[in-house]
Ligand binder design. Sequence first.
Ligand SMILES: [Zn+2]
Length: 542
Amino acid sequence: MSGEVLADSLAEARRLIAEYERSVVPLEIATARAWWQANISGKDADFAAKEAAENRLNEALADHDRFARLKRLRQAELADPLVRRQIELLYLVHLEKQVDAELLRRMTSKSNAIEKQFNVYRAKVGDRAYTDSEVRKILRTSKDTTLRRRVWEASKGVGSAVIDDLKSLVFLRNQAARQLGFRNYHQMQLSLHEQDPADVLTLFDELDRLTREPFLKRKRQIDERLAERFGVPVDALRPWHYDDPFFQEPPAIYGTDLDAPFAKADIVAICRRFYRGIGLPIDDVLARSDLYEKPGKSPHAFCTDIDRAGDVRVLANIVPNEYWMGTMLHELGHAVYSSKYIPSTLPYVLRTESHILTTEGVAMMFERFSKSGEWLSEMGVPVSDVKAYSRAARAMRRDQLLIFSRWCQVMLRFEAAMYERPDQDLNRLWWDLVERYQGIHRPEGRNAPDFAAKIHIVSAPCYYHNYMMGELFACQLHAAIAREVFHNDRPSTLIYTRSPEVGRFMIQHVFAPGKRLPWNELTRFATGAPLNAKAFAAEFGQ
Ligand SMILES: [Zn+2]
């Protein structure tokens, strides 16, 4: 291309970005505000307003003309790297919305229909119907193996109820992916988020290698405890003997009451002091946040950056226990990695986290401290037996992460294979993976679509690997901070409370690039190596 054409392309790219900021960004901000309002109030009118705002935004992103310009500009050799990066990101955001409107409508209606069936489904045993939380309670508390088995089987019944709809949805999703030039929906979901499916699989193979032995060793100990609890031999344990219906989490076997130190603790004040102590004060975020339970409000916890201009808020439902201590440290970790500390000199499109996995990682890294008795003591929270607390809490965290990592292996590999070949024997594939990665014995003779009982396959497809990669990022970043800031080569024991140099490190090495760097380049920039499983395995595996 001639110099003139290149200069023209650059000018055109700048014009397009300015147009986007003028016409689409206000819709994004309106959507974020409406989302906040609906989740705070729970009112139908607010949810209707949220949906209307989302529709207006989606319509704007579906703009074929702008997409055609983006497609052309993406091929041009734009000389300004910041402009080039913005065009690439805008291209991906618009690409996702280019699916034929009728097909999109059918996908949305199919997944809504399945989600509704999940909401109304009750596990029936005899003439008793169990809600999801009642199922979980039985699996947590009952010693009656026959009841556990029947409740577990009934809870999987939702899979058979939705399987035909799910198969149609998988077909439609693959059709949409092919419309946009991808081989299948799994490939598309990862590519839209700048992940190469083969690279992700290689990373998960490494994680499998490094965690298999420690996981199996720990699982043998857990199995011995459970066999004792139920009075059966270890090899008679089946999925219904575990507390969680999918064995995503460890059974409750830790003994120590982690909630005791928090009975009189002021969780918000602790967070305020901690983040100030590391040089990342968040007082203004707390002032704008909505932190306690009230009628109609969403029961979960979120952090949201409303306008990428410093209006960052947390929604929470704090009660004084360990879960909410960890959750608040987590959400405020998202809050510091936002327009609060990402430089305002970056253009809007780049003034956000590099990737969902990097912001999850930062949040997970700070969350770890609620499970350290030493950290709590330094923060002025009285713990009666610091060593016993840390021992129990660390064992719990190690088990949680090891067990969760094996579960993520199943989800990643299952969804990849399902979208690749939807007509294979999926019932069998699911249990093959569960046996191989989670070490759970399949129930003899069972042939049912148990994977379809996991709602995330419908509502958050091809997403679980991001949580796991977030954990890997958290461990790798924590190890880098230990090494670079504290000259400490045993990150698993490192705690800090009054160390503004941590904040300086985060600002320089993690927050400053915003979305200028793709996730793996940011990982290298912040930690000196591409994302890998070594730091995670050093803490929880080998
Ligand atoms: Zn999070």
